[in-house]
Design a protein around this ligand. Sequence first.
Ligand code: SAH
Ligand code: DHB
Ligand code: MG
Length: 214
Amino acid sequence: MEFTPKDVDAVLNELMPDDDVLVQVRRNCEYASLPAIEVSTQQARLLENLVAMSGARRVLEIGTLGGYSTICLARGVGSEGTVVTIEYEQLHANVADGNFFFADIKDRIVQLVGPALSVLPNLRRTEPFDFVFIDADKENNAEYVDWAVKLTKPGAVILVDNVIRDGRVLHADRPEKLDFVRRFSIHPNLETPTIIQTVGAKGWDGFALARRRK
Ligand code: SAH
Ligand code: DHB
Ligand code: MG
């Protein structure tokens, strides 16, 4: 083929770019030597749209990195909303904190530092969430979805990044790679689960999406 999905993303990103704040946020992450594994520009815009469309007021993110996706979630949630974001690397959390200040959006964001499976139980005492974005260590995705169900209101949106990984979910010698997808597909508390494969700047991957059952 003449063009690749990455070429197309480059054009889309020229037409629908990061604004100056997000460009600088990415630079800050790069300067701090964080891994360049944040969502793509178009995916970040999808996050903002999904949060805004769902009318979410309380958003939970698992996996902050430098806060690029967090800022987009916080934009979607509006000035009355809150994003709680969990990160276990102190360096990542520090870079994210600086970025939230820089993006002038710190007042909508609550940062929690620690391994998500230790932090999540503490959130049972807070108000339930309307939207959860899971984007941390992929091995724990199935447990994170169970926590998302516990911590949300009926009808809440649950979105999981990186569920396809270049098609490695179908690894012939490691059938357990498909466990997350299997569990997600038949989860008793999820309504109409769907997995959308994605291509482009971040390679071949996918998002899992569902609503918490009423
Ligand atoms: N959501 C970010 C990217 C997150 S990358 C964005 O799109 O901008 C994944 C992040 O999850 C990394 O910062 C990593 O340190 C963090 N992480 C990995 N395992 C974790 C765990 N057990 N608990 C909390 N965070 C974790
Ligand atoms: C990795 C993590 C991510 O969240 C992602 O979107 C891409 C890659 C990683 O750990 O390699
Ligand atoms: Mg990811």
